[in-house]
Write a protein that binds this ligand. Sequence first.
Ligand SMILES: Cc1cc2nc3c(=O)[nH]c(=O)nc-3n(C[C@H](O)[C@H](O)[C@H](O)COP(=O)(O)OP(=O)(O)OC[C@H]3O[C@@H](n4cnc5c(N)ncnc54)[C@H](O)[C@@H]3O)c2cc1C
Length: 485
Amino acid sequence: MKQNTCQVAVIGGGVAGLATAVGLLDKADQAGCDLHVTVFEADETPGGNLRTLHQEGWQLEWGPNGFLDSEPATLRLVDRLGLKDRLQPSSDATSHRFLMVGGRMVEIPTSPKAFLSSRMVSKSAKMRMAGELFVPPRRNLGEAAENPSTDETVYEFGVRRLGREFAEVMLDPMVKGVFGGEAKELSLAAAFPRMVELERDHGGLFRAMIALARKRRGKKTDAGPSGKLTSFTGGMADLVGALAATIEQSDRAELRCGSPVETINRDMDTWRVCGPGFNVGPFVAVVQASPAHAAARHLAGVSPNISKSLASIPFAPMAVVALGFDRSTVKHDLNGFGLLVPGREKRDILGCLWTSSIFPGRAPKEKVLLRAMLGGAGNPAVMDLDDEAIVALTLSELRHLLGLRGVPDMIRVIRHQKAIAQYHRGHLALLRDIELEKEHFPGLHFAGSSYRGIAVNSCVKEAETVSAQVIEQLAELPSTTASEA
Ligand SMILES: Cc1cc2nc3c(=O)[nH]c(=O)nc-3n(C[C@H](O)[C@H](O)[C@H](O)COP(=O)(O)OP(=O)(O)OC[C@H]3O[C@@H](n4cnc5c(N)ncnc54)[C@H](O)[C@@H]3O)c2cc1C
C-alpha cells in the first residue's frame, strides 16, 4: 500500500459494495483526495444477487428482474457507467397485473371506475376503502426510530386506513412480491417509508393521491410516479459488469474476488480485514456492504452490541423457478406483468412473472419464459424440497391458471437461502442503536439492502450517500493517518 494514500476497504461486491467503490473513486477525484479502494468479495464473481444466466437462447435473472427508472441516483450511475444505450424498459404489457382472488386470476384495475366494477374485493370492502378519506392520520407518524412503540406493521396500517379485506387481498401480496415477507411482521416505516410520509404530509392516502395528481397535472412524464421497471439488454449483469470493469481498470482500486472476510479488527485508529490466507490493512475506513448476517460475524470481536443487532435482522428464503415453454403449449395470452398470490389463497407460490412479456427477447423465438417465486418468510419449508418437488409444485399451481400443456422446454431452480432482509417491527430503532454504537468506531460504515431499502435503487442511492460520508471523514483526518501497509 502506498504511503499517505487513504486506504478504504469495502466488504461485499454486490451492487451496494460495487456502487460504493465507484462512488468513492469519483468523489475522491472531485475532492482531490488520494484514495485507494479494496473490495473484498467472497464469491469468485462479483454482483451478489445480480447475475444473469444465459442458457440455450434463454436469458434468466438469478435475483432482481430490474429496477424502477424513478431513482435519480441509479440513472446517474447508469449514465456514469456509459450504460444508457443498454437500458431496456419493460414492455407496455406490464400495465396489466393480476392477483389471485378466490382461486382465479383477476386483473388489478388501474382506474377508480374500473375498481368499482371489479371483482377484486367485496362491495363492503369497497365502501370501507372509500371511508379512508375520513380516517384521521395517526399520531406519532415518523417516530418509529426514536419511539419503537409507535412502529406499525404494514398489515396494521392497511387495516386501519383501508380495511381488513384490502390489507389481505392487496397489501399482503405486494409485501410478498417485494420482500418475500409477511405484512403482519414488516414495519411500514422501515419497509415502505413513503406511505408514512404520505399520511403525515397529506392526512391520508386518497388525499395524497389527489394532491399529487393535481401537482402532476400538465407535466408530461414517461412513467408513473413510482417509475417503470427497467433492465439492460444483457440483463442486470450489464450493471455488475460495468461496475466491476470500472473498479478493475482503475489504478486506485482493487476487486478481490474469492476473498471471504472472516473478521474486521480495530488496530489503533485503523482497521484490518482478515480472511483465510489474508490479513490486509491498515484501512482508515471500512464499508460493510455484505449482508447483515455476514457483517455480524465480521464485527463480533469489535462490537458485540453491533454484532448482536446485525444478527437479529432476519432474512427470508426464496426459490425462483424459471420455466420455458413452447408458445403453442400455453393457452393464456400472457399479456401482462404476471400474478401475485395473497396468503389467504393458501397456495404454494408467492407469484409468477411472465418474463418474456415483460422483457421481450428473453426467450427463444416462439417460446415463453415464466418465473415463479416460492418460499418467503411465510413458507420457508419449501426450501427443504428437492428441485424436482419444487418444480412439480410450481407446475401444479400454474397449469390450470395459465393453461399449460405438456412439459417445459427449460427448467431452472435458483435457491436463495437468505434472499431478502426482513425489516420487522422495530427495525428503525435497531438501526438507530447501531448508529449510536457506531460512533465509538470512527471509519466504520454500512451499506446495502439489509438496512434502509431492499431494492437495487435503494442500494445505489445509499452507496452515493455512504461514499460521500467516507470522503467527508477522510477530509477531516490528520494527514499522518493516511496509511501504509
Ligand atoms: C429473488 C430476488 C428477486 C429480487 N428482485 C428484485 C427486483 O426485481 N428489483 C429490485 O430492485 N430488487 C430486487 N431484489 C432485491 C435486490 O436483489 C437486492 O436488494 C440487492 O441485490 C442487494 O444488493 P446488496 O449488494 O446489498 O447485497 P448482495 O447482492 O447480497 O451482495 C452482498 C455481497 O456480499 C458478499 N459477501 C457475503 N459475505 C461476505 C464475506 N464474508 N466476505 C466478502 N464478501 C461477502 C456476497 O457474496 C455478495 O456478493 C430481489 C432479490 C432477490 C433475492
